[in-house]
Structures are given as C-alpha cells and as structure tokens.
Ligand binder design. Structure first.
Ligand SMILES: NC(=O)c1ccc[n+]([C@@H]2O[C@H](COP(=O)([O-])OP(=O)(O)OC[C@H]3O[C@@H](n4cnc5c(N)ncnc54)[C@H](OP(=O)(O)O)[C@@H]3O)[C@@H](O)[C@H]2O)c1
Length: 305
C-alpha cells in the first residue's frame, strides 16, 4: 500500500477517499475498485442499505442527502480525496440537474473545503464544455466544474464518453429482435466499462501530474452505432434488424415535452446530440464491448452486470 500513502501526512496514513454517487453505475464500480486496491473508502448514500455489501467488506457508509446540507456534517472529515459521480440521469421532472449536479455537488465541495480535502475528482461529460450553450441540461454540471476549478482545491476533471450501460440498452433491443437508432448510425463512440474508468480514477489519485488537469477518455474500441448494433445481434446469434429514425422526431418530442417537463426535454436533446455526434475520447482500458455482449448473451434474459 506504499503507493497510496498520504505523503503530506508524513506517509503515516493511507489516503481516505470519499465517493459521492457511490450507489450509481459509475460510482459503485469506483467504490469496489478503490476498496480492493486498499484505500480506506467512505461512501455517501441517501439509502445506506444500498451499500450493505460494501459495508460488510470494510467501506464506511455515510448516510446523507446532498440536497440537504445539514445532513452532511462530518462528511469530509479525515478525507484526502473526493471522487464525485453524483448527478441526475433521468427524464423525471424533478429533481433538476440544477438541484443535484450543481447544488448537490457544491454542497459537497463546501464541506470538502472546510475539512481541508486536498484533491477533488469530478466526472464530467465528454465535450460538455463545448456544447453547454447548445445543450442546456449540461450547464449545471459545467457550472459546477467552473466552481471546482476556482475553489482552491486541486482538481481533476474526467470527461468520459458513454459507458457500457448505454450499450446494454442497445443489446436489450437486439435481444427483443430490432434495434432502433436515431440518425444514420454512423456516429462513432468508444464506450468505456466503469471498471476501466475506476482504474483511471486510481491513477489520477496517485499521479501528481493529474492535478488541475482534464482527461477526455473512452474505452479501447472505436465503433459506429451500426457496428455496435450488429455486434449485439452477433453475440446473440441473431440476424441484425436495425431501423434508423429521423433525429427530428426526437427534436419534436423534446419541444413538445418542454412546457411540462423541461428536465426530460433537456435530456432528450442531450441523447439526440450524443447519438448523432462522434463521442470519441482517448482510448483507455482493457474491457472490450464484444466480450461484454458475449457475457450478456450467456446470461438469463434479466441478467445484468
Ligand atoms: N453512465 C454514463 O454513460 C456516463 C458517461 C459520461 C458521464 N457520466 C456522468 O456521470 C454521472 C453519473 O453517471 P451514472 O451512470 O453513475 O449515473 P447513476 O447510476 O444514475 O448514478 C447517479 C448517482 O447520483 C445519485 N443521485 C442522483 N440523484 C440524486 C438525488 N436527488 N439525491 C441524491 N443523490 C442522487 C444517485 O443516488 P441514488 O442511487 O440514491 O439515486 C447515484 O448515486 C452522470 O450524471 C453523468 O453526468 C455518465
């Protein structure tokens, strides 16, 4: 564990890492990886029972709700590094990304500053800084990144492309017999498995040159959506049936939804942008989509990773 000693504490204590978003798809893999790598891990959860297994394996579970700052007393005490993947990813009207992605993360950042945390690692979105004015649902996350960069705490921003959960959605359609893609299916992406992302997080904790740096990253394979859909059918041993839908359908749905549910409308616009734009980050990691699909194909219908 020498590599994870806190040198500024005289090398006597391992760096304690707080993971926020720990119950989510990305955060849960980060908790597991860091715990296995020997870090003392604290994980924030609004429902601590969701992390019961990790607690049994030594993770300290802190019960709190990011949108209620009064529940966060002591959250960052003794913590050297915060890793946050906290964010809204649903079409529901409430809560809004302003309440969670921006204000929730800001509440954690305030606690981190008060407690003397040295390094804050944050999960952004690939190209989010370039499209924030066009895709307003991304603005709260970008605004938090602005605040983090000005906070005085050393920061690392990770901007990953789509993760394997989004690819599983394509696989599930293939299992049902037909994949529906918005656009021509030619846009390219190199999706990343969250376990590979977690390895990167550990690297950024350890590597001093990762401080105050942004990383645009993705997985090892660069593929078009058509290729991904065909790969899914291949894994299932089925003939590919792929239908392409005009992107304007998503635009029109987003416009119609906007007066009643601006958050849902914003995420539809975001998904439309993602699936019709190249989303390729620096290739990292070892886990290939083909193997992930083969694993899913070998599982029961409802099996998940
Ligand atoms: N997954 C991807 O493909 C991907 C790719 C690039 C960037 N990102 C970024 O990474 C973030 C996390 O992605 P993910 O896939 O891990 O999302 P996720 O599975 O939905 O996890 C989100 C986390 O945020 C917490 N959260 C959400 N709303 C909350 C609220 N109102 N109060 C308290 N906690 C709340 C969730 O807690 P609960 O479990 O209690 O709901 C969960 O721990 C996204 O928001 C996105 O900006 C994701």
């Amino acid at each position: 564990m020498d590599n994870i000693r806190d040198e500024e504490d005289g090398g006597s204590t391992a760096r304690r890492v707080l993971v926020v978003g720990a119950t989510g798809y990305l955060g849960s893999h980060i908790v597991t990886h860091l715990r296995r790598a020997g870090y003392p891990v604290r994980a924030l959860a609004r429902d601590p029972e969701r992390l019961a297994e990790e607690r049994e394996r030594g993770v300290e579970v802190f019960a709190g709700q990011v949108t209620r700052p009064e529940t966060l007393d002591g959250l960052c005490d003794g913590v050297s590094v915060v890793v946050s993947t906290l964010g809204v990813r649903s079409l529901a009207r409430k809560p809004t990304p302003w309440e969670v992605d921006y204000q929730g993360n800001l509440n954690v950042l305030t606690r981190a500053r008060q407690a003397g945390v040295r390094h804050f690692i944050f999960m952004g979105v690939l190209h989010g800084d370039e499209v924030r004015s066009r895709i307003p649902v991304l603005e709260p996350r970008e605004r938090f990144i602005d605040a983090l960069r000005q906070s005085g705490i050393a920061w690392t921003i990770i901007r990953p492309t789509g993760a394997f959960n989004d690819m599983k959605a394509i696989f599930d359609q293939a299992r049902r017999g037909r994949v529906w893609l918005f656009g021509a299916g030619k846009a390219r992406i190199n999706p990343i498995h969250p376990a590979d992302l977690a390895v990167e997080v550990e690297r950024y904790i350890e590597d001093a040159s990762a401080r105050n740096t942004t990383y645009d990253i993705g997985g090892p394979d660069i593929l078009s959506y058509d290729e991904i859909a065909r790969m899914a059918f291949n894994a299932l041993g089925k003939t590919p049936h792929i239908s392409h839908l005009a992107p304007w359908i998503m635009d029109a749905t987003s416009q119609a939804l906007k007066p009643f549910n601006p958050t849902g409308a914003g995420f539809l616009r975001f998904f439309r942008w993602v699936i019709t734009s190249d989303m390729v980050g620096s290739p990292r990691g070892q886990i290939h989509l083909r193997d992930f699909f083969a694993h899913l194909a070998s599982q029961n219908k409802d099996g998940t990773d």
